[in-house]
Design a protein around this ligand. Structure first.
Ligand code: DUC
Ligand code: ZN
Ligand code: ZN
Length: 502
């Protein structure tokens, strides 16, 4: 029998924080996997020992919504798989789930394989994909969803806006029904496409073309209406659904209401909706383009409060970065708002600005600092939002998202309350490839001291050094969600229609 104490790594002198509880104990690791939690573990010859110095040890972060190597029209992603995942580990994220886009008229699986080829052998952390479905043909719904599951891609994202991707309600029902049948989770970008288009055209005609009017064209009710509609569509099918990047309080409350009714509805928000406001888009000249994202940042302080309420009370299942990196200072990214400027306004044309803001490098430290260290959420809730719920929802638990025997040895070591060090966020210290951070000059009360991926130190926060090479990350073949799915056959349906029979 193999020796259960044959560790090659022991982490000592820390408190292990899981979603359920926290314990002062050592962590024994062998071959990149946790094999034992216990006090005073024996140190075999040749075993490496890391002193956590009394700090908190949380599971490696799982950022389940990032855009890497994904261009938007002519605009080019400023992160490839090496720079994007370098940013991830430098912020305590050891697993990312990015997107592979089905172009209309094309098949899904070849798109996933093409994105896989971009990432394979180039990443600093572990990774997987969601498939974006822009053309839900019968072939896609009946066959390709099953192929995705076989490949280990067990979630799809659909859009209710963006001309080249938006699905109508009937197509949404098709995808929800197919996903239910094959066991996938459907992620939904909920904004009302026609209201946005109608308003944007009129704003431009009136000369209101500056970056801030991106926000004017997408008021909250655009998100509220689409969220309510998506919830209704999911209820018809009794299908699990995650509303992505929720930006404001009304949509948060609609999700809460559906959850209270027992529907398998999940919610995601992002640090920018919890911490930034629409003022960022009002920066002089074209500077506001840095913070053009969809849904837009909101101006009413009660929205930020509503987002924090949802983070604390369990409405939000995950906090993701929605990292969508487009350079500001060269011609490849945000400047398309100036290049494709049909309005002749020196502050550009908001419609031509690629949507998205960077966040992969800062997500966990912001949540740890503004959430835990400022007393808004518990450490357990941090672990749920930062790691474990994403791992469960996307079929990676307990390999990822927890520190227990059998799980991957992915850890973030934070400093103890007595020794923590505040940091001012500066672009020059970021490891992502994009040329700015929307959090420039914001203070965080701590930063990961050490980040460990499958037993290997991959980031040293004291020196801000990346310690592994591209190719250190592995593709994760995901299983189905382990969070509650369709409610089964015993419930009362909306009428005689029984979705499990389709
Ligand atoms: N919104 C999206 O839906 N995707 C990328 C970035 C953004 O702002
Ligand atoms: Zn989206
Ligand atoms: Zn996104």
């Amino acid at each position: 029998m193999s020796d259960p104490f044959h560790f090659d790594l022991i982490i000592r002198n820390g408190t292990v924080v899981n979603a359920s509880d926290e314990t002062q104990c050592d962590i024994g690791v062998r071959n990149g996997v946790v094999t034992c939690l216990g006090k005073n573990l024996p140190v075999p010859e040749g075993c490496k020992v890391i002193d956590a110095e009394g700090g908190w040890i949380t599971p490696g972060g799982v950022d389940s919504h990032v855009h890497i190597g994904q261009n938007q029209g002519n605009a080019q992603s400023a992160d490839d798989w090496t720079t994007g995942t370098r940013g991830a580990i430098a912020g305590g994220t050891t697993t990312v789930v990015a997107f592979a886009v089905q172009v209309r008229g094309e098949k899904v699986m070849p798109a996933v394989e093409a994105y896989y080829d971009l990432a394979d052998g180039k990443t600093h952390c572990d990774y997987s994909f969601h498939a974006i479905i822009s053309d839900p043909t019968d072939e896609v719904v009946d066959k390709e969803l099953a192929e995705l599951v076989k490949f280990g891609v067990t979630s799809v994202k659909v859009y209710m806006t963006y001309a080249d991707m938006a699905l109508n309600d009937r197509q949404m029902l098709d995808i929800l029904a197919g996903s239910r049948r094959h066991g996938l989770t459907t992620m939904v970008h909920a904004e009302n496409h026609d209201i946005i288009e109608w308003m944007a055209e009129r704003l431009l005609k009136q000369g209101m073309s500056e970056p801030m009017h991106h926000g004017t064209s997408r008021p909250q009710l655009v998100e509220d209406e689409a969220t309510q509609r998506a919830l209704a569509l999911a209820e018809v099918i009794d299908a699990p659904m995650l509303l992505v990047h929720v930006s404001a309080k009304e949509a948060t409350r609609a999700i809460r209401k559906a959850q209270t009714r027992g529907l398998p509805i999940y919610g995601e928000t992002c640090p920018h909706y919890a911490l930034l406001t629409a003022e960022k888009m009002q920066a002089p000249g074209f500077l506001g383009a840095k913070c053009v994202c969809s849904p837009p940042l909101r101006s009413d302080p009660s929205d930020k409060a509503g987002i924090w309420e949802g983070l604390a009370n369990g409405t939000f299942t995950v906090l993701s970065s929605d990292h969508a990196p487009f350079n500001f200072f060269d011609e490849t990214g945000k400047k398309y708002g100036l290049i494709e400027n049909t309005t002749k306004n020196p502050a550009g044309n908001f419609r031509a600005i690629p949507n998205g803001i960077p966040g992969i490098n800062t997500r966990s430290p912001l949540l740890w600092s503004y959430g835990v260290l400022e007393g808004r959420i518990s450490r357990q809730r941090f672990v749920e939002l930062n790691s474990s719920n994403a791992a469960k929802l996307y079929g990676m638990y307990p390999k990822k998202g927890t520190i227990q025997p059998g799980s991957d040895a992915d850890f973030v070591i934070w400093r103890s309350d007595a020794s923590r060090k505040s940091t001012i966020i500066k672009q020059e210290n970021m490891h992502h490839g994009v040329d700015y951070t929307p959090y420039e000059d914001m203070e965080v009360k701590d930063w990961p001291r050490l980040v460990i991926l499958r037993g290997e130190v991959v980031y040293d926060g004291e020196s801000n050094q990346i310690m592994n090479q591209p190719g250190g990350g592995e593709f994760i073949k995901r299983r189905l969600s382990s969070l509650p799915g369709p409610r089964g056959t015993s419930r009362a349906w909306i009428n005689d229609f029984q979705p499990h029979k389709i």
